[in-house]
Design a protein around this ligand. Structure first.
Ligand code: UT7
Length: 331
């Protein structure tokens, strides 16, 4: 088990676009019903970017809120990491756009591409950077504009996804372990890479008239297969992570799972025997926002007082890659 690190989450923030896409909107676009979407996914509405909005603008808004919440300024930030699968552009990193927008110094800025597990991957990377005296405050953001890669002609996937960003400031503590990343797990299995992916637009299949005609720049998902993988891994992650840390699930103040599908979350909740109040969901309002879903949730529960300093919080995610990950935090 990795050793505890002397880090604290000193600030959180999130940002979502104003524009709302309801289930009724989908009934007008594809062969579906409000009832099917509610029952199969738990989603009522999602937020979608409009003109002038992008992954970097959402990430920047979330970042400003997190920095303010930490009572810091952009000048205090020593590195920026953005977890995303919908970057501002293929390169440079979305983190570079955020750095310029918030006026941070000439610090390391890079992106992490681990899909829905990206925020937890970024958390582990940031925590390890904080071992070095070169870093005191790291800005970690999960930001997505999935609407830009969603095929609104594909009813099996388009109903799931939304846009948003969540950010945290991680700060190295002077006294070591007063609060910490207590345990974590990061996994991937590339044999499932094409179960959830965007086939074209990279080196494998560069953009061409054919790739556009074939709609290969949109996300393709084998929903049922990914569903089975997610249910299995979510349960396994929670059980292993708390067990290794010597914590009982009943000691957790909150589990914040990646918001993929309400049924996946509910299935794990029932098997773990966790009360509804301790299994966080916001998928009803935001849909599946990939790397953004966990930091949005973390900000919401911190700000509305559902979790407090000293509480144990478990983050758990799974998604494209395939990847899966968990992090046990003491706030
Ligand atoms: O973010 C990380 C990774 N992503 C996930 O974790 C998502 C995982 N997968 C899922 O959430 C679910 O598989 C979906 C929500 C995508 C689909 O739900 P499902 O219960 O697995 O449906 P299904 O694919 O088994 O399809 C059941 C039926 C099919 O019809 P037939 O073959 O039984 O006649 C589909 O064609 O539902 C049909 N269907 C729809 N019907 C109305 C599929 N999409 C829709 C739709 N509206 N939007």
């Amino acid at each position: 088990m990795p050793s505890p690190l002397g880090i604290r989450i000193t600030g959180t923030g999130h940002a979502v676009p104003d524009r709302i896409l309801t289930n009724a909107d989908f009934v007008r676009m594809v062969d579906t019903t409000d009832e099917w979407i509610r029952e199969r996914t738990g989603i009522l509405e999602r937020r979608i970017v409009g003109d002038g909005e992008s992954t970097a603008t959402l990430a920047t808004d979330a970042a400003r809120r997190a920095i303010e919440n930490a009572r810091l300024t952009a000048k205090d930030i020593d590195a920026i990491i953005v977890a995303t699968i919908t970057p501002e552009c293929p390169f440079p990193a979305t983190a570079s756009f955020v750095q310029h927008a918030i006026g941070a110094p000439e610090i390391p800025c890079f992106d992490v591409c681990a899909a829905c597990s990206g925020f937890i991957y970024g958390l582990v990377v940031a925590s390890n950077l904080l071992h070095s005296p070169a870093f005191s405050n790291i800005l970690l953001i999960g930001a997505e504009t999935l609407s830009r890669i969603t095929d609104y002609q594909d009813r099996t996937s388009c109903i799931l996804f939304g846009d948003g960003a969540g950010a945290v400031v991680l700060t190295r503590t002077q006294n070591g372990g007063s609060s910490a990343l207590l345990n974590w797990r990061l996994h991937s299995d590339g044999s499932g890479a094409n179960m959830l992916w965007v086939p074209a637009g990279g080196s494998r299949l560069p953009a061409s008239q054919m790739t556009i005609n074939e709609r290969l720049h949109y996300m393709k998902m084998q929903g049922r297969e990914v569903y089975k993988f997610a249910v299995k891994r979510m349960l396994e992650m929670v059980e292993q992570t708390v067990h290794e840390a010597g914590v009982r699930p009943s000691e957790l103040a909150m589990i914040i799972p990646h918001q993929s599908n309400k049924r996946i979350i509910e299935s794990a909740r029932q098997k773990l025997n966790v009360p509804e109040s301790k299994m966080y969901t916001n998928i009803e309002r935001f849909g599946n926002t990939s790397a953004a879903s966990i930091p949005i949730g973390l900000d919401e529960v911190r700000r509305d007082g559902r979790v407090r300093d000293g509480d144990l919080v478990l983050l758990v995610a799974f998604g494209a890659g395939l990847t899966w990950a968990s992090a046990l935090l003491r706030l």
